[in-house]
Write a protein that binds this ligand. Structure first.
Ligand code: XMP
Length: 316
């Protein structure tokens, strides 16, 4: 594809002209925008780029490994930071959704600043800002808000970098095309959006290691199942939720009293409104069976059949 190749050359030249010999810092979220930016910057400035991926423990099963496997072989100088313990401590006993978001945002900036000082000094901060982010006012609901958590505003003065935003004129599908040419694996390239606060806002109420562990296994069965049955790309976003509801069930000749997990999948163009995805009953039956058989802490699975509005996509 000549056109995208050409755009890549232009972006690389533009980055080189802007940063010169300067060092560049990038926060990798694991999503397509920051991952693609990592690949582009690696091509443009090589080792002058330091990409930081903060594992806050609220990621999907195997996500850190997937990001490492996708980026390191393609020459991205990637630092992964295990910040799980500090995020868990900060979230201990917190059940209010907005409070959870605030704490995660604050902890993320704190961890990112620390790594910036550890590996710095840096001259530039790179961000995967897209054209729709530029034209829509910041802080709104929906897609423009997706990366708010990773936009790392409000850094202190000694970390006042100049911004590098090579994707400012691009749309998402153009970034995906660039990603393809730069060799980003399809699993990352075509990934559904994932919120900055991660599984914390899908584990309802106060989170714990145990609940997160249950949710990760349920989520992995659902997402892997969507891929296996060729349904993943037809959904705009799919997620599992661990509810605090415990109910009575039966297993063998024993009564159980275990959690209810919810599955949600939506189709949408802009994430401002959404329809629940009409996934086949047989597929849902297979998912339900797999979940209750493999995740013993769950004895009931429900599928969310509510549109947005009135429901949001996330449950918190
Ligand atoms: P809702 O739940 O409001 O979500 O229908 C719309 C889209 O935004 C994502 N979302 C977030 N992304 N930080 C993020 O980075 C957040 O706090 C957040 N809350 C919701 C959600 O996953 C969906 O794609």
């Amino acid at each position: 594809d000549w056109n995208a190749e050409h755009i890549i050359e232009e972006l690389v030249d533009g980055v080189r002209a802007q940063v010169g010999d300067g060092r560049v810092l990038l926060a990798i979220s694991g999503g397509v925008d920051s991952s693609t930016l990592g690949l582009l910057l690696a091509r443009a400035v090589g080792e002058k780029l330091t990409a930081v991926f903060i594992d806050h423990g609220l990621l999907r099963l195997g996500e850190r490994e997937q990001v490492e496997a996708a980026l390191r072989p393609l020459g991205v100088n990637l630092v992964t930071v295990d910040a799980r313990a500090e995020f868990m401590a900060a979230l201990d006993g917190v059940s209010d959704p907005e409070q959870k978001r605030k704490i995660i945002g604050r902890e993320f900036i704190r961890a990112f600043e620390r790594e910036a000082r550890e590996y710095g000094p840096f001259d530039f901060l790179a961000q995967g800002t897209l054209y729709p982010d530029v034209i829509e006012s910041a802080g709104g609901e929906g897609s423009a808000n997706i990366k708010s958590h990773h936009n790392v505003g409000g850094l202190p003065d000694d970390l006042a970098f100049k911004l590098v935003e090579p994707f400012r004129m691009l749309f998402k599908d153009e970034v995906r095309e660039i990603a393809r040419l730069l060799g980003l694996p399809d699993a990352v390239r075509m990934r559904h959006p994932f919120p900055g606060p991660g599984l914390a806002i899908r584990c309802l109420g106060a989170i714990s290691e145990e609940k997160l562990d249950i949710l990760k296994r349920v989520d992995d069965i659902f997402i892997s199942g969507l891929r296996e049955f060729g349904l993943y790309d037809g959904c705009s976003q799919a997620l599992a939720i661990l509810t605090p509801i415990q109910s009575v069930g039966v297993m063998g000749d024993e009564r159980t009293y275990s959690y209810t997990a919810a599955l949600r999948a939506v189709t949408t163009d802009d994430f401002m409104t959404a329809e629940w995805a009409r996934l086949p009953y047989d597929f849902l039956a297979t998912m339900s069976n797999r979940i209750v058989n493999q995740v013993h802490e769950v004895n009931r699975v429900v599928y969310d059949i509510t549109g947005k509005p009135p429901a949001t996509i996330e449950w918190e």
